[in-house]
Design a binder for this molecule. Structure first.
Ligand SMILES: [Zn+2]
Length: 422
């Protein structure tokens, strides 16, 4: 890191940090870090500190870009506009640069109280916040109901992706296995297990399904490899051993906390707490894993989420030992990667979901690492067709008591609410 830590070039720094820290593809990373020597781990910890000093690269870049653009001038108005499209981003600033300004995602027909207009932007009031939306994405005409559609809007009218399982199968606790006909299913190597779909039963049911993926916990997952990218290209963030690799471990075993607890145990406990809070909030929940072992690799987990959920949240803790706080793995700002499907059509949604989750965690009082994100080329991201994020809730030194997991779950639910505009 030090040899490439050129402060003036944040982009270069970001690439170098990627090279140091992101050796794997998918959660294979953690296994590599776990087996590195104590000296290497110390170096990594120092690099973490260094990065905190440098500031989070993506944010710094965005700030610079924003600083260069002239600020739009708004004329005050007072009327209502309607969102004209699905998964429209509401931002904290009138700028499309990056994902760091995305505060909420809203769907077609959502009414917004407009307080100002500029040449390109509308200033709106949404859930008590002053936010901005591009003029082309709203209309003063309320759209017809049939114009609202796909993704989580499949939830409108109470027919969420969860219910698409149909009839008896949609009963609580129904098993969801990998359908070999689903897109990218053939790339999975470990696929005999099943996820479980739970349906919210309260009057507040939203018809939105959240896939909760407890990271790791696939016996034998470390001895099988899968393709990093569906098109066979090598991963774009890579380190010493894994640079340019086209295949990675199907599911790694995860790290071990400083107190000796395996990460997979903690992600499972976290998933269970998160599930209960989501159900209480009215979300349906697709649980990837509910015991120590599920025979579903990262690709199988992702493809199941693609087809049975409206978003996919993988729970992890990082391999550092500095108790550095929570962050999400953002989509690398590498042109070839962001141009590759299904990343091209979905990366902005992934980052927006990550931003919402970090905002929710921060609001719950959770310590956030640096700018709240770190670029990473993950298997999960490379195959996701629904908003999908790997959230790192802390690291080896972080407290993972029941009380802490409860706070984390509350923050994550707040983030999900924000993302779906609930
Ligand atoms: Zn992990």
């Amino acid at each position: 890191m030090r040899k490439c830590g050129i402060k003036a070039a944040n982009v270069l720094a970001a690439i170098c940090m990627s090279a140091v820290l992101m050796s794997g593809c998918g959660q294979g990373d953690y296994q590599k870090l776990e087996t590195s020597s104590a000296a290497e781990q110390r170096d990594e910890a120092e690099e973490e500190e260094k990065r905190e000093e440098d500031g989070q690269p993506e944010t710094s870049l965005n700030d610079r870009e924003k600083a260069m653009a002239p600020a739009p001038v708004f004329t005050d108005v007072s009327d209502t506009v309607y969102v004209a499209g699905n998964q429209v981003r509401l931002r904290t600033a009138p700028s499309t640069e990056g994902s760091s300004t995305v505060a909420a995602m809203v769907n077609s027909g959502t009414p917004l109280s407009r307080t100002g207009v500029s040449d390109e932007w509308c200033r709106v009031s949404y859930n008590g916040q002053t936010l901005y939306v591009h003029k082309s994405l709203v209309s003063t005409q309320q759209p017809k109901p049939q114009e609202s559609a796909p993704a989580q809007a499949a939830g409108s009218g109470g027919t969420g992706a969860g219910q698409a399982v149909s009839g008896a199968q949609a009963a609580n606790g129904s098993q969801v296995t990998l359908d070999s006909g689903w897109k990218y299913a053939e790339y999975s190597a470990i696929k005999s297990g099943a996820a479980t779909l739970y349906r919210a039963e309260g009057a507040n049911r939203k018809g939105i399904t959240v896939c909760v993926n407890a990271g790791h916990g696939t016996s034998g997952g470390g001895s099988v490899k899968t393709k990093c990218h569906p098109d066979g290209t090598p991963k774009v963030t890579g380190g010493t051993t894994g640079a340019g690799a086209t295949e990675a471990i199907a599911v790694s075993s995860g790290m071990t906390f400083s107190d000796g607890t395996p990460e997979a145990k903690v992600t499972l406990a976290m998933a269970k707490v998160f599930k209960e809070k989501l159900l209480a909030e009215g979300y349906d929940v697709l649980m990837i894993r509910e015991s120590d072992d599920v025979q579903l690799d990262n690709i199988a987990r992702t493809v199941i989420a693609n087809n049975r959920a409206d978003c996919h949240i993988a729970l992890h803790w990082d391999s550092t030992t500095s108790d550095k706080g929570a962050f999400y793995m953002s989509v690398p700002n590498v042109a070839s990667y962001r141009a590759m499907e299904p990343v091209a059509s979905n990366w902005q949604k992934h980052n927006a979901l990550g931003e919402s989750l970090v905002t929710g965690l921060r609001g719950a009082g959770v310590k956030i690492f640096s700018g709240g994100s770190m670029e990473m080329d993950l298997t999960q991201t490379s195959y996701s067709t629904v908003p999908s994020i790997d959230i790192e809730l802390g690291d080896k030194a972080s407290d993972h008591s029941a009380g802490t997991l409860d706070v984390l779950a509350s923050g994550l639910v707040a983030g999900v609410n924000q993302y779906f505009g609930q």
